[in-house]
Design a protein around this ligand. Structure first.
Ligand code: SAH
Ligand code: TMP
Ligand code: ZN
Length: 406
């Protein structure tokens, strides 16, 4: 039995993915023997309703000066964060003297929208390479891990903040208690926190088990998020479902009583109870769906290969590491993975060691099938890849079930 990272109760795991490498650990051939693996299991705490990774690598192994994920690679996400900033500016960051802080600011994709308007801001980003890109964009950034100690330091230097944002990073941090304590210290009494992360309801609904990898330690629902913040006198005041990252939820939180609570919060919590997110049964069913997804995907890949066709992976996503290592997708099933990120090209995928090649390679070679690892960018890719389909190229996806489409 493991101990819950939030409430310290004992809980059981409901799924095991076996040995997994670091999801963003793209590597050179000379480093194959030095790869790090950990035992990837997920469990559900019935006391505080948190779904969580039982074991997680150290943060310094994941977030460092060679971090492979640059947020602005996706033009869709650039627009998404521009709209998100407009939402915040119109609702919660109205004064021109406001101070906003972002945790996990990466290459400045979000904060650049505040910097351009001359709004006082601070990005906190431990991965030095992406932080450097943000600075070059005019985004003030400190290369640090956020926690309650850093929050105290920021308050003493810059004063309290009007808003605190965190996109796709709250779910990365096992010491969530220190984060929420830091948010409480950092925010003015009327301050608002807004964060978004892949949503547990979508993961269950779509069997998108590839959202589970080393960096994602928590799979949030409103039920679990409310519980975490309650302890620090904060409450959910609103939510907004998002289509990003395969289905996310945006949460707005504030000090208890500071804002009116939207009806949407109650409605979504009721929905979560209806789906059964507060009981183990739904997670056991998820585990059996995941097993079926694996069997179906392997069957399709083996059939295609037996017909002498070519298959490649599209997008060397962090998520693809879980799919390849859990399903056992070796280089004899997939020739290479096409990816637009220069830092990944010329390297090999974590664990299964499939070569990562440039996007131009894919365009030139036009494989018969492309396994859509970047399925969360499906629409962006569909409109970009009309030529591939016209050339009779086909897509394979595992979401919400394994199928081929064109
Ligand atoms: N917000 C961006 C980046 C998400 S990736 C987006 O949505 O696209 C998560 C980022 O959080 C990484 O850049 C990682 O380096 C950073 N991170 C991880 N732990 C952190 C911590 N404790 N404090 C601040 N940033 C952290
Ligand atoms: P993400 O799913 O974590 O956002 O990562 C997306 C990865 O997919 C990133 O490495 C870039 C790559 N990618 C492509 O190669 N082509 C594309 O069209 C898109 C949208 C992403
Ligand atoms: Zn718990």
């Amino acid at each position: 039995m493991a101990k819950c990272l939030v409430c310290n109760s004992s809980y059981d795991s409901f799924i095991s993915f076996g040995r997994q490498p670091l999801a963003n650990g793209f590597l050179l051939e000379k480093d194959f023997g030095k790869e790090y693996f950990f035992d990837m299991k997920v469990g559900f705490c019935s006391n505080c309703k948190m779904v969580q990774l039982v074991e997680q690598p150290n943060r310094e192994q994941m977030f460092h000066e060679n971090y492979a994920f640059y947020s602005s690679t996706s033009s869709y996400m650039v627009k998404h964060f521009e709209k998100f900033s407009e939402t915040l500016l119109s609702r919660y960051v109205k004064s021109p003297d406001s101070f906003v802080v972002e945790m996990g600011s990466n290459d400045g994709i979000m904060l650049q929208n505040f910097a351009k308007k001359g709004i006082k801001h601070l990005g906190i980003e431990p991965s030095a390479n992406v932080a450097q890109v943000a600075r070059e964009r005019g985004v003030n950034t400190v290369v640090e891990f956020f926690d309650s100690n850093l929050a105290r330091k920021i308050v003493s230097q810059d004063g309290q903040a009007d808003a605190f944002f965190a996109s796709n990073v709250m779910c990365h941090i096992p010491y969530i208690g220190s984060i929420v304590e830091g948010v409480k210290i950092l925010l003015k009494p009327s301050g608002v926190m807004a964060f978004e992360d892949p949503y547990l309801g979508d993961i269950i609904d779509k069997t998108s088990y590839d959202q589970i990898y080393d960096e994602h330690v928590f799979f949030f629902s409103l039920l679990s998020v409310s519980h975490v913040f309650e302890k620090y006198g904060m409450e959910l005041i609103d939510i907004e479902p998002q289509i990003t990252h395969g289905g996310s939820m945006r949460y707005f939180l504030a000090n208890k009583g500071a804002y009116q609570v939207s009806n949407r919060v109650k409605e979504q919590i009721n929905l979560e109870k209806e789906i059964g997110l507060e009981k183990m049964d739904v997670y056991q069913k998820f585990a059996s769906n995941v097993k079926k997804s694996k069997d179906d995907l392997l069957e399709i890949l083996r059939k295609i290969k037996s017909e002498g066709k070519t298959v490649i992976g599209y997008g060397a996503t962090s998520k693809s590491t879980t799919i390849m290592n859990y399903c056992g997708i070796t280089p004899d099933l997939i020739d290479y993975i096409s990816d637009t990120t220069p830092i990944k090209q010329g390297k090999f995928s974590p664990g299964m060691h499939i070569p990562v090649k440039s996007y131009e390679h894919f365009v030139k070679k036009k494989p018969d099938y492309a396994l859509l690892f970047a399925w969360n960018h499906k629409e962006e890719i569909r409109s970009k890849e009309k030529d591939y389909c016209n050339a009779k190229g086909k897509w394979i996806t595992h979401v919400p079930n394994v199928h081929i489409y064109c």
